[in-house]
Design a protein around this ligand. Sequence first.
Ligand code: G4P
Length: 302
Amino acid sequence: MEINDAIDMPRLQWYPGHMRKAERLVKENLKLVDMVVELLDARIPMSSANPVLREIVAGRPRLVVLNKSDLAEPTATRAWVQYFASQDIVAVPVDAVKGRGIKELVQEIQRLAVPRTEKLAKHGAKPRAARCMILGIPNVGKSSLINRLSGGARTKVENRPGVTRAKQWIRIGAQLELLDMPGILWPKFEDAQAALRLAFTGAISDTVYDVGGVVLQLLRALRTDYPAALCQRYELSDAIPDGIELLEEIGRRRGCLVRGGRIDYEKAEQMILTDFRSGRLGRVTLDPLPEADTDDTNVGMR
Ligand code: G4P
């Protein structure tokens, strides 16, 4: 799906000052951990990545969580896991709300942290649990994951030198400690396609963009890649109309009407967004895998 019509693109609320502050905070906390967990949205693993994460984490081992995998297409998620594996990155599909994939995630975090904790031990440090922090753009599910990992009852570990009172550790089993503070990063706001997909998924507040234009783009994407889901949800015939006509048809079928039988566009738009974001339109993955020959590094981290 390409953006063809001129629409008011989402304007993301990140400015150079915000970005520098976010980067500084992550870098400060990076010193405290053995590895980082990068949270991506399984529906948009590329669009939900931070553009400079690789520079920020500066060589720390990292693991990708494909969160909200309950909303993504399972075959696409498997393909993304393989893609990351081809880039030497472990990716674990997770549903942070229901807790699916959490066990595998904890095992992988522990495994990835071992080289560093062993190295520290060799240099005379006391053996200790692996420590990690969770990074990701707003709304990707960082708090949900931290809550899920902590099992709701966070076991606070003692304050450590250099760790302000606000920064606490959560102990997960005997072998893992999690920094109880998500590293919030900014999304790829300069990439119009990514911004649009972030708007579809609700990662960007609906108040900052033209919802009507975004919904038309979402319908276009679904019509192209998931026509059966559209037909099923809205009882459309196989000849799915395009553009505004599709919106109107859905509005009619769902009774989004104002007096006189005219379409209530706003109501129809909100309904479509809610249906999509809640998974009622089925499990959808919007980011295609990167083309093999155009990708020389790991795209999730760009
Ligand atoms: P953040 O800290 O990264 O900003 O994200 P947060 O955990 O607050 O999650 C943002 C929204 O995404 C929340 O929904 C949360 O429930 C939902 N979410 C997080 N992980 C998953 C997941 O794996 N699957 C699904 N389906 N949803 C997930 P919300 O509507 O903003 O809040 P709420 O109604 O759940 O309270």
